[in-house]
Design a protein around this ligand. Structure first.
Ligand SMILES: [Zn+2]
Length: 230
């Protein structure tokens, strides 16, 4: 079943991100924003920020960010459609679902899965940059040398891939993402060779002499994958 576009719009218009997030963490006002300890990673001092004017949230610790729909997806670990249904229920909006053809259903499902897995990869690379020794000593120091400040690194959601070819695959599979899905999302590249399947992985933007590669994403959709043979 599909939620009609007008209903999606109505849900988006009705949602107040502060109310949505307050159901999960209690927000405190700071200046024009609201803050809390991040519900997505462990921390003692709050780095989770909500901007009510722009109706978005952003954690400066782990990089999770988005709007109310994304927040519900992440916190409840559900897809886009389910998140909209959750919000519709919260705001008493009735959804008259439209029948979907089997092809539409498959396409939408796949799109949702791809967005979820790309978002996982983005966060994984960001966490690698900020929270691993290699990420900090190579990736972060590279960005610093280039004069990138923390807000720039946050704004462009820069990340780092370890010099360990299957780190993303391992973590992805640990979280239940199949190798097929990771491949479909362009995050790994599977090559059949004499010795069986060889898995290569996405490295994103090459960063000059800074190897391993640094990944970069801008805009609301994840980066276009760019394979580099290593
Ligand atoms: Zn966080």
């Amino acid at each position: 079943m599909r939620i009609p576009e007008e209903t999606v719009e109505r849900i988006r218009q009705s949602v107040d991100i502060l109310e949505v997030i307050n159901d999960f963490v209690s927000l405190k006002k700071r200046g024009s924003n609201y803050i809390a300890c991040c519900p997505f990673h462990n921390e003692k001092t709050p780095s989770f920020n909500v901007n009510p004017t722009r109706q978005i949230y952003k954690c400066f610790g782990c990089g999770k960010a988005g709007d109310a729909v994304r927040f519900v997806m992440d916190i409840e670990n559900i897809g886009y459609g389910e998140s909209l249904r959750y919000l519709a229920k919260k705001y008493g909006i009735e959804i008259e679902e439209e029948e979907q053809t089997p092809e539409e259903f498959l396409r939408q499902n796949e799109r949702e899965s791809l967005l979820i897995v790309l978002n996982f990869a983005k966060t994984f690379f960001q966490e690698t940059l900020l929270n691993t020794d290699e990420g900090k000593s190579i990736g972060l120091s590279y960005f610093r040398e280039r004069g990138f400040t923390n807000p720039t690194i946050d704004a462009f959601e820069l990340g780092y891939t370890l010099d360990q070819w299957d780190a993303l695959l391992q973590e992805g599979q640990r979280r239940g993402y199949s190798r097929d899905l990771l491949e479909k999302a362009g995050l790994i590249l599977i090559k059949e060779g004499n010795a069986g399947a060889i898995v290569k992985y996405l490295t994103g933007f090459g960063a000059g002499s800074c190897s391993p590669f640094i990944t970069c994403r801008a805009g609301s959709l994840p980066w276009g994958p760019d394979f580099k043979n290593r």
